[in-house]
Design a protein around this ligand. Structure first.
Ligand code: ATP
Ligand code: MG
Length: 457
């Protein structure tokens, strides 16, 4: 795999100068293009992406200064370094004001060029790093993944092994099982840990925008593309690209993604040249991709490319041993040492079906901590859907069988009468107590023929 070190454009009307710079910069490991005048340079900038441009100041028709102005409009991220003849410092100063990164005076030493170019590109990378760092917290590693069950122990060792490799990984698991957490752990345990982890949720980006988000675009590639922009593939260079909800990726884009993975090169939207990247791809889905393949909704060839290594996260209900540990973890997160759960509450949490997996557990604990005033969180403080399991345990079925509809009606009627008694017969108040709309409350009164005498409107 080729390493993408930087794309440089050399602009000079003097052939020998172009050649010297071209040969020298190539030998330094950069990709180099040349232009013999300002017009051609502007054309090149419109078509291709350059990290840096070295241009002579004095050229016929379009000067270095003019070129600089154009570049700042077309591709504002591109660095411009100006070469000036001895004694023209004034225009060099003007160039700096217009956004040139630096200027070099003729005659120059190649060492000087090397230094200026390297510093400029390092600085550019640093700026990108800083803006990315602001967006993302440090990726967590294994310590953040809670679990002591056998299946989680197995998962931990799979994660560690996966991290050592450079192959694509497909993470599968139901919603809320921790797929993103695992993807971050793999990255932060891998040799790529000091480079970017770039996450993209394929379901959250509209189909029409996904391609330009992933691959970037050139100025003018479509309406609204006012300047060229890097895509997430470029941002993830030397790091990891996390394609979340890969099952949502449209077929048309699946073909493009496959080409990138196969060749390690891609083009920006509207671009004409190929870019090289070294990106490790981790993808995740809660969909059954095999089934999608059968339904012709997912490409089989892409599936094989993404699923070189597979990591399966079991649902929470299949590893109930982890629940009390997770409860403790989230309780600490949301309440510190201020609260604890009663044994009965923990039992209920252990037995619940957890369709939303760890995310649901986390949300419920956050909510419960917020709403419960006492130090001990008991069964009654848990949401109905969890505590109702306790009610179910307490009832017994009569030996002679029963009429459940009749029992429900009787219970309903009893509660309605109780509510009316409590509110001195004020219907609107009683409806509120029972969490019913006034309309449906009135309907029920009619149904049960509740005595009009006790009711006032
Ligand atoms: N084993 C775990 N230990 C601690 N926290 C966990 C664990 N698994 C999941 N979480 C937490 O649960 C929440 C959901 O995790 P995550 O977003 O990684 O799940 P996901 O599988 O990507 O979900 P979805 O399919 O809905 O995108 C996060 O807040 C995460 O920190
Ligand atoms: Mg997710």
């Amino acid at each position: 795999m080729k390493k993408f070190k930087g794309n440089i454009l050399v602009v000079d009307d003097e052939k020998s100068m172009r050649e010297i710079l071209e040969i020298f910069l190539r030998s330094e490991g950069y990709a180099v293009a040349v232009a013999e005048n300002g017009e051609k340079a502007i054309d090149a900038v419109k078509k291709d992406i350059f990290d840096l441009i070295i241009t002579d100041m004095k050229m016929p028709r379009v000067s270095g200064l003019e070129l600089l102005k154009n570049v700042k409009q077309i591709a504002s991220d591109t660095i411009v370094v100006i070469i000036t003849a001895f004694g023209t410092t004034d225009s060099a100063v003007e160039a700096m004001k217009l956004g040139a990164y630096d200027y070099i005076q003729k005659p120059f030493q190649l060492d000087n060029i090397r230094l200026v170019v390297k510093n400029a590109l390092d600085k550019q990378k640093l700026q990108k790093d800083v803006s990315l760092l602001k967006q993302q917290l440090k990726p967590p590693s294994l310590e953040n993944i809670i679990g002591k069950s056998q299946s989680m122990q197995t998962l931990f060792s799979v994660i560690s092994k996966t991290a050592e490799s450079n192959a694509s990984v497909l993470i599968t698991g139901e919603s809320g099982t921790g797929k993103e957490l695992v993807a971050k752990a793999i990255h932060s345990l891998s040799p790529r840990k000091d480079n970017h982890f770039v996450a993209v949720n394929c379901a959250a980006i509209p189909e029409g925008l996904l391609e330009s988000e992933l691959f970037g675009y050139m100025k003018g590639a479509f309406t609204g593309a006012a300047s060229s922009k890097q895509g997430l593939f470029e941002l993830a260079n030397d790091g990891t690209l996390f394609l979340d909800e890969i099952g949502e990726m449209p077929m048309s884009l699946q073909a493009k993604l496959l080409r990138v993975i196969e060749g390690d090169t891609f083009r920006r939207v509207g671009g004409v040249s190929d870019l090289n990247v070294d990106v490790r791809i981790i993808s995740a889905t809660n969909k059954d991709l095999q089934e999608m393949i059968e339904q012709k909704l997912f490409r089989e060839d892409l599936y094989f490319r993404l699923n070189v290594l597979s990591v399966k996260i079991p649902p929470l209900r299949e590893r109930r041993d982890d629940i009390s540990l997770l409860v403790e973890h989230f309780l600490k997160k949301f309440a510190g040492d201020r609260k604890r759960f009663s044994q009965e509450a923990i039992e209920l949490l252990r037995n619940y079906r957890w369709k939303g997996n760890v995310r649901e557990l986390e949300n419920i604990i956050e909510r419960t901590v917020l709403l419960c005033d006492s130090e001990i969180i008991d069964a009654e403080h848990l949401p109905d859907e969890i505590s109702s399991a306790r009610k179910a345990e307490k009832v017994t079925l009569p030996s002679g069988g029963m009429d459940i509809d009749k029992l429900m009606e009787e219970t309903e009627k009893a509660y309605i009468l109780k509510a009316l008694e409590k509110t001195n017969g004020v219907k609107t108040e009683a409806a509120k107590l029972l969490n019913l709309t006034f309309r449906s409350f009135r309907h029920k009164l009619k149904k049960y023929g509740i005595d009009r005498k006790i009711i006032t409107d």
